[in-house]
Design a protein around this ligand. Structure first.
Ligand code: FMN
Ligand code: SF4
Length: 438
């Protein structure tokens, strides 16, 4: 295990994670001692439009994967329309490898609760929801406890801190489907329907929850709001890069010595993150990795110095996504890893559109054939052709995301596929696992 140099340690910028190691960090008393709810007091004295402008000025971009500018999204909510407005926090976190929102809610749930109150005040919502993944029982328990503590202290409910502003906050547990992280499927699920994406337009900003103006934001996005209110837009922009401002929680998993969450200024590189995490596990050399979860095209060892911000990763041919860096070594097989992800997408496909429903079904079968040593050269063309018919032709991003590891692994690691097809690599799947593969 390597020890990080002081200049690399200086890359750590704990803002959202700064309270995580404090004793009882999830309790309101600890939170209040460490700046907690100071931003809310400040925000309630400001005009809601000024708060929206502050978030615009900070350059904050959504932490849920797409990086949409948050202030702009809030500004889309029509004002004076006489309709109820809603804030919905997307706490589904179902993307394989992604693990930043659940630890945040487990260790520091009040950071999210305070962000929800400020954001709701800014968009003039009197009701907010946190839609949390059903399996995340521990995080949900902490969150519900925090919400109750906030009610008891007068931070939620009627006439918050005597400001005249009212907000009800509901924590809703989903049933555990990856598609319910897609914002419109999430809204359908919250309304009690089967979670499937909605046709857009109309967009949630005008026709969201119960056909009313709604902002859907990720946990990390909303938890970034209190520090911005307290520290100001200029301070926020001292971290990160010109178009990707602020800190970001990078989650490292896989063949790394110390997996976990590392909060750094946007634009840090994987080389630096690996140094912070003590390097690769002994005996392992980096071979491939995802910059932002399984829906983002794989990168290889040659990309160690790519700046991990929205622009840098795009220029390298991938997507920053959820900054979930899954690290694989020379002892891992890119064909098998891609197959396992495809099994996930096939299982999680909601079935609404044909390219994703049928395409993932076919691709899983082709992979099983290849991994059982029964693949053909033609199978590689079939995979690319199928991806071509899914990408950009699916109803939502799940289908597009499913193709990422297929096309990128074929781009960087075609030889690994050929080794299975031409018999140089021993089959990983048995004939029994081949059911339906032909
Ligand atoms: C299949 C799929 C799953 C998604 N899962 C999540 C999720 O778990 N959490 C999340 O915040 N965004 C998820 N998103 C992105 C959301 O649709 C949406 O862009 C995001 O919640 C917006 O918040 P932000 O602007 O704060 O990033 C998912 C998108 C797709 C297509
Ligand atoms: S792309 Fe997949 S998950 Fe999205 S609507 Fe189509 S079938 Fe459903």
């Amino acid at each position: 295990m390597t020890t990080p140099r002081p200049e690399t340690l200086a890359k750590l910028t704990p803002v959202l994670t700064k309270r995580w190691l404090s004793p009882d960090a999830w309790r309101i008393g600890t939170y209040e001692q460490l700046d907690g709810y100071a931003a809310l007091r400040k925000a309630l004295k400001a005009h809601p439009d000024d708060l929206i402008q502050l978030i615009k000025d900070s350059g904050l971009r959504g932490r849920g994967g797409a990086g949409f500018p948050t202030g702009l999204k809030w500004g889309f909510i029509p004002q004076g329309d006489g309709k109820p407005h809603y804030l919905v926090v997307n706490a589904d976190e179902g993307e394989p490898g992604t693990c930043k929102d659940l630890p945040l809610m487990t260790h520091d749930p009040h950071a999210l609760v305070e962000g929800v109150i400020i954001a709701s005040y800014a968009i003039r919502a009197n009701r907010a929801y946190i839609y949390i993944r059903g399996e995340a029982v521990h995080a949900a328990r902490r969150l519900r406890n925090a919400v109750q503590e906030a009610y008891d202290k007068g931070y939620l409910g009627r006439n918050i801190l005597h400001s005249g502003y009212d907000l009800e906050l509901v924590v809703h547990s989903g049933a555990g489907a990856y598609i319910c992280g897609e914002e419109t499927a999430l809204l359908d699920s919250l309304e009690g329907f089967r979670g499937q994406p909605r046709l857009r337009p109309p967009f949630p900003a005008t026709h969201g929850l119960y056909a009313s103006p709604t902002v859907v934001n990720n946990v990390g996005t909303i938890a970034s709001v209190p520090p911005i209110v307290l520290g100001g837009a200029d301070w926020w922009k001292t971290m990160g890069t010109e178009k990707s401002s602020g800190p970001m929680i990078y989650s490292l998993s896989g063949r790394v010595a110390n997996p976990g969450q590392y909060e750094c200024s946007m634009g840090v590189t994987l080389r630096e993150l690996l140094e912070l995490a003590g390097g690769m596990q002994p005996g392992h050399n980096l071979r491939f990795w995802t910059p932002g979860g399984s829906s983002t095209p794989l990168l290889a060892a040659e990309h160690l110095d790519v700046p991990l911000d929205f622009e840098g990763v795009a220029a390298a041919g991938s997507i920053l996504g959820t900054t979930a860096t899954q690290i694989f070594s020379d002892q891992d097989c890119p064909v098998y890893a891609t197959y396992r992800w495809l099994e996930f997408y096939h299982h999680e496909s909601c079935g609404k559109c044909t390219p994703c429903r049928e395409g993932n079904y076919w691709m899983v079968r082709v992979y099983r054939r290849i991994l059982a040593g029964q693949g053909t050269h033609e199978d590689l063309d079939t995979l690319l052709d199928t991806c071509d018919n899914i990408l950009g032709r699916s109803f939502c991003g799940l289908g597009d995301g499913a193709t990422s590891s297929v096309t990128s692994s074929l781009k960087y690691f075609k030889q690994d596929y050929l080794d299975y097809i031409e018999g140089r690599t021993a089959p990983k799947l048995s004939d029994k696992q081949l059911v339906g593969a032909h």
